[in-house]
Design a protein around this ligand. Structure first.
Ligand code: ATP
Ligand code: MG
Length: 390
């Protein structure tokens, strides 16, 4: 019999009057992600979104993996459809969950009836199927409070479904519920995680990357695009703005004190990002900074970089330790790419003794030696846009 996917809604259930909007967004995002895996029917009943393959040609495994990356679903689970008949449900549970039932000692059966014409009540159905399963798997004991495995039965309009407990889903809120952010994406470990976290809160994210050809190689840029591609299953379609940054760095090196180099460079990154955000109706920037991680990520440095921004700079990793960030990075699948050994534009021009407590006045003074607006204009004009889709 057919297998389907159930998506359990999380926080969005709490959103009261907005709930309909959240559900629509979740379903729309699910449908877009499912397109390349064949035709699926997607609908929502009682805080559960059902994903049903419509024919044999669907790539069910592909769809299952994609749904695990769908923000807004706290839980995901596979279910088997069967006839709306108690014995058919017993048979289905024995086949579909047999291996798992053999691997546990305690279980219970829980039933839900959407079809109220079904001849048994939920309790009667659970008792009947529980009894039959107990006979088939005599090593099991029923435990109503803390069972190792719960066999769920759902009697719906046309079929019944059998499934185990949901696995954790991607969580968060459906992308598209919460405005737009432009994420500064480097080739490191942190910024892909930051980008993922902002999308998890329902933001639509685009990325911006600064590269310093020929100081950094084409492979370094390709690596960043690969990271962005790994994020697309979570974020959905995104634009990566690739900014040529070499001239600005060379000008800085020629005209400014070396110890201010890093913060000056970051102020340019922020100015350019704000311009791009303005042009594209994006309300906020996002970075992968976390307080105190490196010399340029002191609070003083953040004050100096934020001084050139005309919109909020979101720093989702601000309170996280490196190990926590690495753990997320592994889980979402960006870690292995992040640690590939290509140089970043920042590392190429890193000063030997960066100032950890820069003063805003010193930076403003140093920038007087530069045509700041001219350099920003030129970089913005030469941006290359790479569109990535699901
Ligand atoms: P990451 O692991 O994200 O590279 P990091 O620990 O190397 O972070 P920094 O080099 O200080 O930290 O950069 C801080 C943040 O600035 C990055 O997380 C990213 O958001 C942004 N950033 C740095 N370099 C670039 C770049 N070449 N292009 C785009 N954004 C960048
Ligand atoms: Mg970096």
């Amino acid at each position: 019999m057919r297998e389907i996917i159930l998506l359990k809604q999380g926080e969005m259930v709490l959103k009261g009057l907005n709930r309909r909007g959240f559900e629509e967004k979740l379903m729309g995002n699910a449908k877009r992600r499912l397109k390349k895996f064949g035709s699926f029917k997607v609908y929502t009943r009682q805080s559960t979104t059902y994903v049903e393959p419509l024919d044999e040609n669907c790539d069910f495994e592909g769809a299952w993996e994609a749904m695990g990356k769908l923000f807004g679903a706290v839980g995901v689970c596979r279910a088997r459809a069967c006839e709306k008949d108690a014995d058919a449900m017993v048979q289905c549970a024995r086949e579909y969950l047999g291996d798992r039932l053999l691997g546990v000692k305690t279980f219970k059966v829980e039933s839900k009836r959407a079809d109220k014409t079904f001849p048994m009540t939920s309790i009667q159905l659970s008792q009947y199927v529980g009894g039959e399963l107990h006979e088939a798997f005599p090593h099991l004991t029923a435990d109503m409070h803390r069972p190792e495995l719960t066999v769920h039965l759902e009697v719906r309009e046309t079929d019944a479904y059998v499934h185990a407990d949901p696995e954790p889903g991607a969580g968060g809120l459906p992308v598209g519920m919460g405005g737009r952010a432009l994420s500064l994406l480097s080739g490191g470990i942190d910024s892909p995680v930051a980008t993922w976290m902002m999308a998890k809160r329902g933001l639509i994210v685009d990325c911006i990357h600064y590269y310093s050809y020929p100081y950094t190689s084409p492979e370094a840029k390709e690596k960043v695009l690969d990271l962005a591609r790994l994020l697309v299953p979570y974020t959905g379609k995104m634009c990566v703005h690739v900014v040529p940054f070499t001239k600005i760095q060379e000008e800085l090196r020629r005209s400014c004190p070396e110890e201010l180099f890093t913060v000056l460079m970051r102020r340019f990154m922020m100015r350019i990002a704000c311009r791009v955000a303005e042009k594209n109706d994006i309300q906020a920037l996002a970075t992968g900074e976390s307080v105190g991680q490196v010399a340029s990520q002191t609070l003083d440095a953040m004050v100096c970089t934020d001084a050139v921004c005309d919109r909020p700079v979101l720093r989702p990793l601000v309170g996280m330790d490196k190990e926590e960030i690495v753990r997320v990075s592994r889980r979402i699948g960006t870690f292995e790419t992040s640690i590939l050994p290509y140089e970043d534009c920042c590392t190429v021009f890193t000063p030997k003794h960066p100032k950890t407590k820069p003063h805003l006045e010193d930076l403003v003074e140093a920038e007087k030696a530069l045509d700041v607006e001219g350099l920003v204009d030129e970089a913005v004009e030469n941006i290359e846009r790479v569109m990535l889709d699901l």
